[in-house]
Design a protein around this ligand. Structure first.
Ligand code: ATP
Ligand code: MG
Length: 241
């Protein structure tokens, strides 16, 4: 469980982004974070695994406060895989090594075990035929699926995704969203910043609508798209159509 209380993030005296955000993410659920550009979605999701250090407030993961005192952040990040808009693959490693690398370095697996696991993981995202390819030989959708396989190989409890499909064309978007949709039934907790309203509608258990550095609303997709609780969310939905 991830519990956030009174979270603030200022980048500077004049750039105050997160303003007193409190929210609890339940285990095993899929959350779509949506909202207008600049509302603080990336800042928020990056705070959850301390890629950004909050200015104030508390983030608790499985009962442990991760933004105060001495915390082993690499251990925390092992529980929380992250997938980025621009894939962030290692360009000089082929697909299977991209996935296997942290298994060897962090999980101390043998090379044989790590590569076997990596290949199984790549097969699970439909890339069994691409395990020897380097990132520059892969399409955007394939790269993103390698990145997902890499995150999942660490067996995280939570998968954080920041606009995993916004660098992709529609066809590749579909491939990647299909993988995420399948994952949403596996008990993994998923927190996905997305502009894909159909994904949010179909796959998310909850929609978090962020506006001006606040979580303005949390609703089920059904509620959110048909009768959002807040006026600003209703405006946002109206503008989407
Ligand atoms: N490293 C940074 N330094 C200074 N300001 C930043 C930094 N990162 C983000 N910001 C500012 O914080 C605000 C929120 O940015 P953020 O990236 O969290 O928004 P977002 O909701 O993810 O937007 P988008 O939908 O465009 O990705 C923006 O005004 C942005 O310019
Ligand atoms: Mg963003």
């Amino acid at each position: 469980m991830i519990k956030v209380e009174h979270l603030y993030k200022d980048y500077s005296e004049s750039i105050k982004v997160l303003k007193d955000v409190s929210f609890t993410f339940e285990d095993g659920k899929t959350y779509a974070i949506i909202g207008s550009s600049g509302g603080g979605k990336s800042t928020f999701i990056r705070c959850l695994n301390m890629l950004e250090v909050p200015t104030g407030g508390v983030i608790e993961v499985d009962g442990e406060i991760i933004n105060q005192g001495k915390v082993n952040l690499s251990k925390v990040r092992e529980k929380m895989g992250m997938v980025f808009q621009n894939f962030n693959l290692f360009d000089h490693m082929d697909a299977k090594k991209n996935v296997a690398y942290a298994l060897m370095k962090v999980k101390k697996m043998s090379e044989k075990e790590a590569y076997e696991k990596a290949i199984r993981g790549l097969e699970n995202v439909g890339l069994g035929h691409r395990v020897d390819s380097y990132p520059h030989q892969l399409s955007g959708g394939e790269k993103q699926r390698v990145a997902i396989a890499r995150a999942l190989a660490m067996e995280p409890e939570v998968l954080l995704c920041d606009e995993p499909t916004s660098a992709l064309d529609p066809e590749m978007t579909t491939e990647v969203l299909k993988v995420l949709k399948n994952l949403s039934h596996t008990g993994l907790t998923m927190i996905v910043v997305t502009h894909e309203m159909n994904f949010a509608k179909e796959v998310a258990d909850y929609i978090l609508y962020m506006d001006k550095g606040e979580i303005a609303e949390c609703s089920t997709p059904e509620e959110f798209f048909s009768h959002a609780k807040t006026e600003r969310a209703r405006q946002f939905v109206a503008n989407m159509l």
